[in-house]
Write a protein that binds this ligand. Structure first.
Ligand code: ATP
Length: 284
């Protein structure tokens, strides 16, 4: 069961500054995300990934072009679209208990306190934190705080979850756990997930599709379909020869090298596994 509508970006152009100071970041960028899809966006640092996500969230207006949710123009935040940012330390309020942080978005919607708490505790249980509602954020580890931030995204009950480098500041094991949590939530709730990440392995692991950004100004270099099924796990998925091919393809696109064609949409040739125990491939 999927929920919500498609996201469309059409010929998006985003420039900052004016006249000779103008800095054109995104140009002629088009993409589509279907309901229930998990799409990862990767690209070099400064390519404009966060800017693109802010446009998808209705938090930034493009210089030209259109961002649509179904048939609605996204010119301001939409109730169907929740955002989880990288900086959980900055986004959780230290003076509020964890459940109150999670329930915070519901205050403005006129939901009564008892109902807010019930929904917050449900969302905390969904992210594997059933017992921390009465603690304060600073009493939790970094990985747990990021789970709280995801729970708050879920509290909106929004069919679309946009995540900007959501696991960038947690340790490696927590990161794996959070990636699996994201896959599980998406499966259970039928939500659409869009993840901006520097981490190519993470993009291939999480995505049904990976959109690779690059160029100056930035546009879509290539969209890869990830044919690794919906039941993924950290060991066997990363050990799949196609995983190695896909990450090589993405990395070579980003580095501007001649990208080998994986042919993943057709009939992938087996390749030796190079991923088990390998370091994560990041984009500087
Ligand atoms: N509000 C703004 N005003 C001026 N320039 C901006 C603004 N927001 C972003 N930029 C510029 O746009 C470019 C893209 O920034 P953005 O943060 O979107 O890139 P990114 O791909 O997310 O980078 P990173 O991977 O390092 O987080 C950068 O050169 C940045 O300085």
């Amino acid at each position: 069961m999927t929920r919500g509508s498609s996201l469309h970006v059409e010929e998006l152009r985003m420039a900052f500054g004016h006249g000779p100071q103008e800095h054109l970041v995104l140009d002629d960028l088009s993409l589509r995300v279907d309901p229930g899809e998990a799409v990862c966006i990767v690209g070099p640092s400064g390519a404009g990934k966060t800017t693109l996500l802010r446009c998808l969230a209705g938090l930034a207006r493009p210089t030209s072009g259109a961002v649509r949710y179904g048939d609605q123009s996204l010119t301001e935040p939409h109730a169907d679209i929740a955002v989880v940012s990288q900086d959980y330390r900055g986004s959780l309020l230290p003076w509020l208990r964890v459940w109150d942080n999670v329930a915070f978005p519901l205050q403005g919607r006129g939901v009564r306190r008892a109902e807010r708490k019930r929904r917050a505790l449900d969302c905390l249980a969904a992210v594997g934190l059933p017992d921390v509602g009465d603690k304060y954020p600073w009493q939790l580890s970094g990985g747990m705080q990021q789970r709280v931030a995801i729970a708050r995204g879920l509290a909106y009950d929004a069919p679309v979850l946009l995540m900007d480098e959501p696991f960038g500041s947690v340790d490696a094991q927590s990161r794996f756990d959070l990636e699996d949590l994201t896959l599980e939530l998406r499966r259970q709730l039928g939500i659409t997930v869009v993840v901006v990440t520097h981490d190519i392995d993470e993009a291939v692991y999480l995505g049904d599709r990976v959109i690779v950004l690059g160029g100056k100004p930035t546009a879509v270099l290539e969209t890869l379909t990830i044919p690794l099924g919906t039941d993924r796990d950290q060991l066997s998925t990363r050990a799949d020869p196609r995983f190695a091919e896909l990450r090589t393809r993405v990395l070579s696109l980003i580095r501007g090298e001649r990208a080998p064609d994986t042919g993943t949409d057709r009939d992938p040739a087996p390749a030796p596994d190079k991923t088990v125990g390998a370091d994560r491939t990041g984009v500087a």
